[in-house]
Design a protein around this ligand. Structure first.
Ligand code: SF4
Length: 359
């Protein structure tokens, strides 16, 4: 599908003029430092600006450059990321910082393909870094850009298909101002964030209203087109907050290629269906956890906490359990003092539970 973009200079000029008076003042916009741009882009991929700003400020205060990030421990990086979700992004940032130190002599690469070779950096982030930092002519395509372009050109191709990705990437490239690539990219993303919002945009004040096909056709809400919803699955987590003599507990680090890899958690039993305590305590896994622990007393069972992720919904229950002996616990899990729990990076779900206990 070839889309005509006769208005390309017109559109780019309009976007940039609009951006210069409407843009938000944000710390990562006042710099051409690729490291700062990189961190801000990764944080903003998963969170709103208002929420991400605090994380960004704390993260760059502690890790102000590639070297500081590369030299930190993964646990500390994850701790600074705690609450943002998508923890693989933090691990990838850490890995990529080490790669920059080892393969690029500590200097952020300037070549698009070198930037894209870094772990966790895809087309979008590489284009954002090289265009914002060095004005290189690579067009960004994020959710905001998909929305703006799909409406501007009334594109019927669904954005969540291989064909859609190709169509939108080509269109974004053809519209890009090569002289002002960084500004153009910032402008179209900002237009999507502030003006061409998902629900009920006020098209009467849009700088592109006169060339926007969806607006002219009065069917803005029909775009962007999507192929279909992604299936989500339900998971049932039973966390065992085991306490010995009021001051010792056990945690484990998540190692598998699954959500929250590298974060800490209480010993966990996962079931495929909802499971009440009576059934849970009859399971082999439960018996294995408490092997040799003597008398076990369940002190509290939390209400089920629902936690929605992009492709799965978790239903978590926390069991606070007193044990008579430590049994095999310290062989299978990491033993710590209960008052140290706060120093480990944990999923926000567990963090909220700990806050509810007022530890
Ligand atoms: S006219 Fe409306 S739909 Fe078209 S780009 Fe502007 S805000 Fe979006």
């Amino acid at each position: 599908m070839k889309i005509e973009t006769n208005n390309d200079t017109y559109i780019s000029n309009k976007l940039i003029t609009w951006y210069q008076t409407n843009r938000r003042e944000l710390p990562w916009r006042e710099t051409t430092n690729p490291y700062i741009i990189w961190i801000s882009e990764i944080i903003l991929q998963q969170t709103r600006v208002a929420q991400g700003l605090d994380y960004f400020n704390r993260f760059v205060a502690r890790f102000p450059n590639v070297q500081a990030l590369a030299e930190a421990s993964e646990d500390e990086v994850l701790k600074y990321w705690q609450g943002l979700g998508y923890y693989s992004r933090a691990r990838n940032l850490h890995t990529a910082a080490k790669t920059i130190m080892q393969q690029f002599g500590g200097k952020f690469p300037t070549d698009y393909s070198d930037v894209k070779s870094l772990k966790g950096i895809g087309d979008y982030t590489a284009a954002a870094i090289v265009s914002f930092a060095w004005n290189k002519p690579y067009a960004v395509v994020d959710g905001n850009v998909y929305r703006v372009l799909s409406r501007l050109f009334a594109i019927e191709t669904p954005i969540d298909t291989t064909q859609g990705k190709k169509v939108f990437a080509e269109l974004a490239s053809s519209l890009l101002s090569h002289q002002q690539a960084g500004l153009h990219n910032q402008a179209i993303m900002e237009l999507g964030a502030l003006q061409c919002v998902p629900q009920n945009p006020d098209c009467t004040i849009c700088p592109l209203a006169d060339v926007c096909m969806a607006y002219l056709q009065q069917n803005v809400s029909d775009y962007p087109k999507k192929q279909g919803k992604i299936k989500t699955r339900n998971r049932y987590f039973h966390y065992l907050y085991i306490i010995y003599k009021k001051q010792t507990t056990w945690i484990q680090k998540r190692q598998d290629d699954d959500i929250w890899k590298g974060l800490y958690q209480f010993p966990l039993i996962e079931t495929e269906q909802p499971c009440e305590w009576e059934a849970l305590s009859q399971m082999e896994e439960w018996k294995k956890v408490f092997q040799g622990c003597g008398k076990i007393t369940v002190q509290t069972i939390s209400p089920v906490r629902k936690h929605v992720l992009s492709h799965q919904t978790l239903y978590a229950t926390f069991y606070q359990i007193e044990v008579e002996n430590t049994g095999d616990l310290s062989s299978n899990y990491q033993q710590i003092a209960t008052d140290e729990l706060d120093s480990y990076a944990v999923p926000i779900l567990i963090h909220k539970y700990l806050i509810s206990l007022d530890l």
